[in-house]
Write a protein that binds this ligand. Structure first.
Ligand code: GTP
Ligand code: MG
Length: 297
């Protein structure tokens, strides 16, 4: 059997379970997961290597028809760009919320870009909506294979089946594209920033996490530990106090939880020092977004 390797876009509407799927198949907490939409802003690459192939998963932000501010425009463009950049696509559709109308422009785009694709009905442990059957029929009518998955209770056999189908979409390759020892192309520094942002997404309410960026000011790794100093950048002055919390309690909670996740991932001792700063309406200004690394390629 010929060796296969390439990039597979994890594509779907916001909240479909794309990042959860990536973490689950890799067995690592690499990508940020949240019940709130637009958790993923920039692509994250995870690598799955075997004797027969190498799948480079590209976790994309949720597909949006159009963005209302600069951040949402960036997210919308990034999702489109991932579709253009990859060799194949897996379209993820949550079984409890199919939203066929919003999916039409997305499927049109995958087909216009001539990408081979399969579909995956996610969150199979939840109650299935009546629209699933119709969607499965629609895919089959197009000759597209459909799989089911749950990060809560997928059996090994289901995992293997879906991995094999994904690998089958990839081109033949003389060998792996990346060192098979690696599970990601991201740096620990980048993962740390996303882990901190994930805790903010989880712990902060209303619009605050959507206007929050994490900037790593200092990153130092030595034999003893990883030391990280980061700034949580908010877009309104009034958000600063909320992120800090009474007596600094919220900031401490964010730091502690992010540290625990990072220590688990790296197996090293981690120190995280956080402070909060404010940059007025940065999610509405492309120039400020670029400075923070949110720049379309
Ligand atoms: N019950 C259940 N919940 C799931 C499953 N997979 C994901 N979720 C939940 O669905 C929510 C969204 O998951 P994400 O993985 O962040 O979704 P996403 O598609 O990456 O979302 P965006 O990055 O915002 O587009 C989270 O609350 C997850 O815990 C699953 O298999 N079962
Ligand atoms: Mg995501």
């Amino acid at each position: 059997m010929a060796f296969k390797a390439g990039f597979v876009g994890l594509i779907g509407l916001p909240n479909a379970g794309k990042s959860s799927f990536l973490n689950n198949v890799l067995g690592e907490t690499l990508a940020i997961v949240s019940h709130k939409p637009q958790a993923t802003r920039k692509r994250v690459q995870g690598i799955l290597s075997s004797e027969t192939g190498q799948i480079v998963f590209v976790d994309a932000p949720g597909f949006l028809a159009k963005g209302k501010n600069a951040m949402l425009k960036f997210i919308a463009e990034e999702a489109r760009q991932v579709i253009r950049d990859v060799d194949a696509v897996m379209l993820l559709v949550p079984c409890d919320d199919v939203n066929a109308d919003a999916m039409i422009p997305l499927i049109d785009l995958i087909q216009a870009e001539k990408k081979p694709w399969i579909a995956c009905i996610t969150k199979r442990d939840l109650k299935e909506s009546a629209a699933v059957e119709k969607f499965v029929e629609y895919c089959k009518g197009k000759g597209v294979e459909v799989f089911g998955y749950s990060v809560r209770n997928a059996a090994m056999a289901e995992k293997t089946q879906i991995i094999n189908a994904i690998q089958g979409l990839l081109p033949e390759s003389p060998g792996p594209l990346f060192d098979p020892e690696l599970f990601t192309t991201e740096t620990v520094r980048d993962i740390a920033a996303e882990m901190i942002r994930e805790r903010c997404f989880e712990l902060l309410k209303q619009e605050i996490p959507f206007g929050l960026a994490v900037v790593i000011d200092k990153y130092k790794e030595d034999k003893k530990m990883i030391r990280i100093d980061a700034t949580l950048l908010v877009e309104k002055e009034s958000h600063k106090g909320i992120v800090i919390g009474r007596g600094g309690e919220m900031l401490k909670k964010i730091g502690t939880q992010a540290r625990e996740k990072l220590e688990k991932m790296t197996g090293e001792k981690v120190f995280i020092g956080l402070h909060v700063s404010h940059k007025q309406n940065w999610t509405r200004q492309e120039r400020k977004m670029k400075e923070l690394g949110y720049e379309s390629k």
